[in-house]
Design a protein around this ligand. Structure first.
Ligand code: S3P
Length: 442
């Protein structure tokens, strides 16, 4: 690997990937463990927390609001320790704006947690986050009684003032979004009565699974979740399993690198998160999962995969997309090397992520000589099993961590180096990505 300030050259791996490994803690669960503990009465104990830029944004945010976070780096690179929450006293007025960096989860979940408290907080973020839609969160919170300034503004910075007399609502979400669902449920903890969130297809359910650990009464079904308020969360213990979205990069690398075999251990096997394993199976991949145990209500276990020639394209229906939402970029690269067409139905939400991931996928695959296009909200990729990646490709990561790792796989698993711009954006979710792969090729 060679570096200058903006671009990184990713060289092909010198040997097949071979062996067992683990991945850092799940990003979604880590955010929730920190935020819910900060909201709770008492001292929560958390372990396995992902140490990444995004989770650090949540830690800094809750510290600015009065929670005490005493997490220490462990030998495996995770964070563990105690978090003393603001509990029934509520968060304190911060000194200045809360900067959520690149993290949409921090900004959106924070809006829900601040809803019942009469403080005024300006929420902001980096250039990418300040382009992402927020009205999807502020609209239901305004129905509950929260004020935003400017009211109805789509993008950060936005200033929020909560209300002690929140109204419980029944809200039909216009899109499947776990961040939206969580914001409404967290606000619902401060409202009198039952707050219900219905969604068009099931988004990840970590919030519904974790809130009962903090003593809250929630219900969770296929497309509906609810919470009963008012309720102050009570401190508890949370163990964060490995992140399946990070594991997906290692698994796809093993599938594409000739002669490889990998087992990723301790990974969350929550079905709302591992849709990519089913998709890869349908593409003909040699992949399997086996359960090891349970952390709270989150199942975890091993994902195993071996190099698979002769992958074939498949169609992924819209209602399955939320279960593999963050994996569409890396699956697109696998699809580029598969025989036939792969279709991802109803993926327009990908335009709203850390970058416009649909345009980025089409642009990056185009550099590789692979045809990819949108038809309405559906993404089509015409695979080429005998694809020869051209020399000297420079991929633009758009400063998006998942794109940076996706394009890196093209270089790592092929026989030509590629260049990736702003590769260091991987610090957002999987800072040890390259080390993990390189360690398994020795
Ligand atoms: C997340 C939910 C997903 C996902 C994001 C993390 C979460 O977004 O893309 O990376 O932790 O709740 P949606 O809100 O679109 O489901």
């Amino acid at each position: 690997m060679a570096n200058d300030s903006q671009t990184t050259i990713i060289e092909p791996l010198q040997a097949p990937i071979d062996g067992s490994t683990t991945v850092p803690g799940d990003k979604s669960i880590s955010h929730r463990a920190v935020l819910f503990s900060a909201m709770a009465e008492g001292v929560s104990r958390v372990s396995g927390v992902l140490d990444s830029d995004d989770v650090r944004s949540t830690i800094k945010a809750v510290q600015a609001l009065g929670a005490t976070v005493s997490l220490e780096k462990q030998i495996d690179g995770s964070l563990a320790g105690g978090i003393t929450g603001w509990g029934s006293a509520g968060p304190t007025q911060p000194d200045g704006p809360i900067d959520c960096g690149n993290s949409g989860t921090t900004a959106r979940l924070l809006m829900g947690s601040l809803a019942p408290w009469p403080i005024t907080v300006e929420i902001t973020g980096d250039e990418s986050l300040c382009k992402r839609p927020m009205r999807r969160i502020t609209a239901p919170l305004m129905k509950m009684g929260v004020s935003f300034d400017p009211a109805g503004k789509e993008t950060l910075p936005i200033t929020e003032t909560g209300d002690r007399d929140l109204k419980a609502i029944v809200y039909d979400a216009p899109m499947a979004s776990a961040q939206l669902k969580t914001a409404v449920l967290l606000a619902g903890l401060g409202a009198k009565g039952e707050t219900v969130l219905n969604e068009p297809s099931p988004s990840r359910n970590h919030t519904e699974l974790m809130l009962p650990e903090y003593g809250a009464t929630t219900t969770a079904a296929e497309r509906t979740a609810s919470v009963k308020g008012p309720f102050t969360l009570q401190a508890c213990e949370v163990q964060v399993p490995g992140d399946p979205s990070s594991a997906a990069f290692l698994v796809c690398a093993a599938l594409m690198k000739r002669g490889s075999s990998i087992q990723v251990e301790g990974v969350s096997l929550n079905t709302a998160r591992i849709g990519f394993t089913r998709t890869l199976e349908r593409m003909g991949a040699d992949i399997s999962i086996s359960r090891e145990g349970q952390a709270g209500k989150e199942p975890y276990g091993i994902i195993s995969a071996c190099y698979t020639p002769n992958l074939r394209g498949c169609e992924i229906p819209g209602d399955k997309i939320p279960s593999l939402l963050d994996e569409v970029p890396v699956l697109s690269v696998v699809a580029a090397f598969a025989r036939g067409i792969t279709v991802f139905r109803q993926v327009s939400e990908l335009r709203m992520k850390e970058s416009d991931r649909l345009s980025a996928i089409i642009e990056g695959l185009g550099l590789m000589g692979v045809e990819a296009w949108m038809d309405g909200d559906d993404l089509f990729i015409e695979g080429q099993p005998d694809l020869e990646v051209p020399d000297g490709i420079v991929f633009d990561s758009k400063k998006d961590h998942r794109l940076a790792m996706t394009w890196a796989l093209v270089g790592l698993c092929g026989n030509k180096p590629v260049t990736v711009s702003n590769f260091d954006s991987i610090k957002v979710s999987f800072p040890t990505f390259l080390d993990s792969l390189q360690r398994m090729t020795r």
